[in-house]
Design a protein around this ligand. Structure first.
Ligand code: ARG
Length: 487
């Protein structure tokens, strides 16, 4: 390209603007894009079959893998350089007819993004499976549910972990929704204005495994929404992982004592021999912040770009790959941590019993037995808790006499059996009575687990199907090359 319009740029400038250091990720997809474009040029009679065959031979070799030379600006120039070096400019120089690095990079990024989404989705499936198997072990493990990190109402550990499962299920769905928007081919947009050559955009899209073309050529070369959406999907996953991590840090403290982390995912102190530090959880929590930063970086690069292609767009790419890489690592490592968690079932149960998380149920029972407005029952129980706390009593030590007395203070005369109080304040009973769908009762939790196990199977089929479609691309290109006589 040099010494025509401009002299060869300085090494300093070339290296400064180069994307070579992160082009390796898309390199093979760029080769595939070149092959599809070449086959289209041959099919349309824009270049002849024998030239097509010569160029195809080089591209096919590159598809086996090649290393990027840092002195070239990017992977696109690298590939053209290889082709021209091997078959000469009189033939190789025809490859770039009707295409630009702008549509080429956008297309290759989309192909790579599709693979990445499948990888992320796959790791999410594995994490969901791990969570569900912990849930199955803890359907009857009572624990206090929290709001404001204060004891709220009793739930079960299975119910709690199912909440995380459902967040990751949503992350999974989000990825597949992003996939749909990624699944459009910019090829044929060339620099921005399409081409006066008779290109067949739909044909290239189909060869590369896309469902359709991205229509407006100006939009197609300037659109990086899909990269930002991918960065957001990754950031949301990281936030969910960080929330789990935070909880594991808390729960493994002496104060909580709910869980023992696996040794394989812990560390110790160089001076304090007693220490077992939740280091993996801590690093996940911090990496989540870095991934958030990358999302913001990508968004703000796009913020003031005029249409259409600007080299700023290139700089979105490494932030997104960083996010994805860290998210994959975090998904894998948190899965390992969760598999090895040992919960202190008794301690969790005691916390639910002794922390007054059961008293909402006592208020509910008073409503039902004495046909009182909830707010009145709420006030009676509120007074009761205050008295118990002031007297240093546990919920087990609350008597019917105490309850009747505080009821009178609220102007209500009731007689209540001690038995009713004991039952209402029993965390197992509270959980069992919360039969509302999606609630903590054993029945509802078992239903949720079963439903989610089934969904895991259909989700996994969907991923296998998408993966197959992508893996078919190389065969598809090859058989089309043969059909056209280019192979
Ligand atoms: N390396 C570039 C990127 O990643 C490829 C497109 C360069 N286009 C250009 N007109 N300089 O976006």
């Amino acid at each position: 390209m040099w010494e025509a319009r401009i002299k060869t740029p300085s090494i300093e400038a070339t290296q400064y603007i180069s994307s070579i250091s992160f082009d390796d990720r898309i390199a093979l997809d760029v080769v595939r894009v070149n092959i599809a474009h070449l086959l289209m040029l041959v099919k349309q009679g824009i270049i002849n079959v024998s030239d097509g065959r010569a160029i195809y031979g080089v591209l096919k070799r590159l598809l086996q893998g090649f290393s990027l030379r840092p002195q070239l600006e990017d992977v696109h120039m690298h590939i053209e350089d290889e082709v021209i070096k091997e078959v000469g400019v009189s033939v190789g120089g025809k490859l770039h007819t009707g295409k630009s690095r702008n549509d080429q990079v956008a297309t290759a990024l989309r192909m790579t993004a599709k693979r990445v989404i499948i990888e992320l989705a796959h790791e999410l499936l594995k994490l969901r499976e791990t969570l569900l198997s912990q849930c199955e072990k803890h359907i009857n493990t009572i624990m206090p549910g929290y709001t404001h990190l204060q004891h709220a109402q009793p739930i079960t550990l299975a119910h709690h972990l199912l909440a995380y499962h459902d967040k990751f299920d949503r992350d999974f769905k989000r990825l597949l929704e992003v996939y749909e928007r990624v699944d459009e081919s910019p090829m044929g947009s060339a620099a921005l204005a399409g081409s006066s050559f008779n290109l067949d955009r739909e044909y290239v899209a189909k060869l590369l495994g896309f469902s359709k073309i991205e229509e407006n050529t100006v939009d197609a070369v300037s659109d990086r929404d899909f990269m930002v959406e991918l960065a957001f999907a990754a950031a949301m996953i990281m936030i969910h992982l960080s929330q789990i991590a935070e909880e594991l840090v808390l729960w493994s403290t002496w104060e909580f004592g709910f869980v023992e982390l696996p040794d394989a995912y812990s560390s110790t102190s160089s001076i304090m021999p007693q220490k077992k530090n939740p280091v993996v959880a801590e690093v996940v929590r911090a990496r989540a912040s870095q991934v958030l930063g990358m999302l913001f970086s990508a968004l703000s690069i796009l913020k003031r770009l005029p249409l259409s292609y600007n080299l700023d767009l290139q700089e979105v790419t490494p932030s997104v790959w960083f996010s994805v890489e860290e998210t994959l690592r975090a998904l894998r490592i948190i899965k390992g941590v969760i598999e090895g968690l040992q919960f202190d079932v008794k301690r969790m149960h005691d916390a639910a019993e002794l922390g007054f998380s059961t008293v909402t149920e006592l208020a509910n029972e008073i409503v039902r037995r004495f046909n009182l407005p909830f707010r009145v029952a709420y006030r009676i129980v509120g007074r009761l808790v205050k008295e118990a706390v002031d007297a240093g009593l546990t919920p087990n030590e609350i008597t019917s006499e105490m309850l009747e007395k505080v009821a009178l203070c609220e102007g209500v005369l009731i007689k209540i059996d001690e038995e009713v109080i004991r039952e209402s304040l029993n965390p197992e009973m509270c959980v069992a009575k919360c039969k509302v769908s999606g609630g903590p009762s054993q029945r509802s939790v078992v239903d949720m687990i079963n439903g989610r196990k089934l969904k895991l199977l259909t989700d996994s089929d969907r991923i296998i199907e998408l993966k197959r479609k992508i893996e078919e691309i190389d065969l598809q290109l090859e058989s089309e090359a043969k059909r056209l006589g280019a192979a």
